[in-house]
Write a protein that binds this ligand. Structure first.
Ligand SMILES: *Cc1c(COP(=O)(O)O)cnc(C)c1O
Length: 453
């Protein structure tokens, strides 16, 4: 099998291998990388996953992408090191399951991708030499996951930008209490401002001497590990070849693109449900066929999904044969009929989020948090238009309720227990820098931090 190449969604940059695409983050033409073909996994292989622990399922899926770039024995070790936590699948009601992706070191699903990325960065940097600075804009959870995964990884510096007023206290503490090679910057602005500053830095000739890379969901290395848990769930909950439904709470659409990748690889999926909060550019696009970003992005209780213009839509549009550039302009429309057949989306207001969280607790005695409950409510919205029948359905819970104690307590009346993995970090002293949503100031900051480098 020849080495898989990755192409930019903007089509202007040369196709490159996984190592190169990974280290670059965004393509030079500002597009996002996608594999030029999707490797295939057969129903028989998926059936075998049923007997394997998560880390071995990850190995079997990821090796389809790393062939020729990472040796199998090395990849197996990387998967063992990245995934030393569980993936609980709980029954909500007959045929409907909750997949908890909140057992990693920072208690959100971001740990799945970012733990693997740290393994890959460490390995690729060893091969090519040099230093890299990972710039990350976060709406709350990515920053913490990145800070923890890359803490003390040799050759890597991390700079995390977050909107000061938009993250919860626990989210903030999980990223500002690490030091050494990790710096956090609180921006007086929105997540979109942070993301725009990061994007400008990547395109800034004045910063060319600094090797910048990204752990945001623009990086293909973030996407691929997020396809694994859909295979894992299917191997345990569906008969071989039986299609499933997944409901995935969406912001930047990296998690749902993981499901799209899994389906392109052969996972039988009946419907991907991708509900959003008040940032409803995607459901409006699905309905109308004309794309308009939400600008500025809207605040909501599911703050990790406050994304007005999800960058992964460029990838989704590409998978369906279209071309959307990085600004959201559509140059060639995708096959919308197919997209609507495969994907459902609805927008869940804060009010519905809170009501649904309370009702879910009362009905099932299972505590969700503001993101997972958006997945639940979106699933109910879909069930109202298309009966589920005997299709197994998985609701994806993307964070631990203890990350949002204030919000959860307001709704159900008591504060959730904090998992042991989180408590240590929450007690350490915080340390972070502050700045306005001002690119010039950010550039000066980067230059000062890399003086003599
Ligand atoms: C990041 C995040 C999301 C949204 O995931 P995307 O890949 O950006 O769509 C949902 N829930 C939580 C808890 C998150 O941290």
């Amino acid at each position: 099998m020849s080495t898989l190449l990755f192409r930019s969604t903007n089509g202007q940059s040369p196709a490159i291998n996984l190592r190169e695409a990974f280290l670059a983050g965004q393509a030079p033409d500002r597009g996002l990388y996608l594999p030029e073909r999707f490797p295939h996994i057969t129903p028989a292989e998926i059936a075998e996953f049923a007997g394997l622990p998560y880390r071995q399922v990850a190995f079997r899926v990821l090796r389809k992408f790393t062939d020729g770039v990472i040796q199998d024995d090395a990849l197996a070790v990387m998967c063992d090191q990245a995934y030393d936590f569980g993936v609980p699948l709980e029954v909500i009601q007959r045929g409907v399951y909750l997949m908890r992706l909140d057992q990693g070191p920072t208690a959100s699903f971001k740990d799945f991708a970012v733990q693997m990325m740290a393994q890959m960065f460490a390995r690729f940097l060893q091969e090519v030499g040099g230093q890299v600075t990972i710039l990350t804009a976060t709406s709350g959870d990515t920053g913490a996951a990145v800070a923890h995964a890359f803490h003390e990884v040799p050759g890597v510096r991390v700079i995390v930008l977050f909107p000061l007023a938009e993250v919860s206290e626990s989210q903030r503490k999980l990223m500002t209490t690490l030091k050494e090679n990790v710096r956090t910057v609180a921006v007086d602005g929105k997540f979109d401002d942070c993301q725009a500053m990061v994007k400008r830095a990547f395109a800034d000739p004045a910063l060319e001497h600094i090797h910048l890379s990204s752990a945001n969901s623009i990086n293909i290395g973030r996407l691929l590990p997020q396809s694994v848990y859909y295979f894992y769930a299917a191997s345990r909950l569906a008969w071989p070849g039986q299609p499933m439904v997944f409901s995935i709470p969406s912001g930047n659409f990296g998690d749902m693109m993981g499901a799209v990748v899994a389906r392109e690889m052969g996972l039988p999926v009946r419907k991907i449900i991708a509900p959003v909060n008040d940032n409803d550019s995607f459901p409006r696009y699905l309905a109308s066929g004309s794309y308009e970003k939400v600008s500025p992005s809207r605040n909501s209780v599911s703050n990790a999904m406050n994304v007005g213009h999800p960058s992964n839509l460029a990838r989704l549009v590409a998978v369906y044969g279209g071309h959307m550039d990085e600004t959201g302009k559509i140059h060639r429309p995708p096959d919308l009929v197919a997209m609507r057949r495969d994907i459902f989306s609805s927008s869940i207001t804060d009010e519905r989020t809170r009501t649904s969280l309370r009702e879910f607790w009362n009905k099932y005695q299972i505590l969700l948090e503001p993101h997972g409950v958006v997945a639940w409510q979106g699933f109910l919205d879909w069930c109202a238009v298309e009966p589920l029948g005997n299709t197994p359905a998985v609701i994806v819970e993307t964070a631990n309720p203890a990350k949002f104690p204030e919000e959860v307590e307001k709704v159900v009346g008591w504060a959730p227990d904090v998992p042991a993995a989180m408590t240590a970090g929450l007690q350490m002293p915080e340390d972070y820098d502050r700045m306005g949503a001002d690119y010039e100031q950010f550039r000066a900051y980067l230059l000062a931090r890399h003086a003599g480098n």
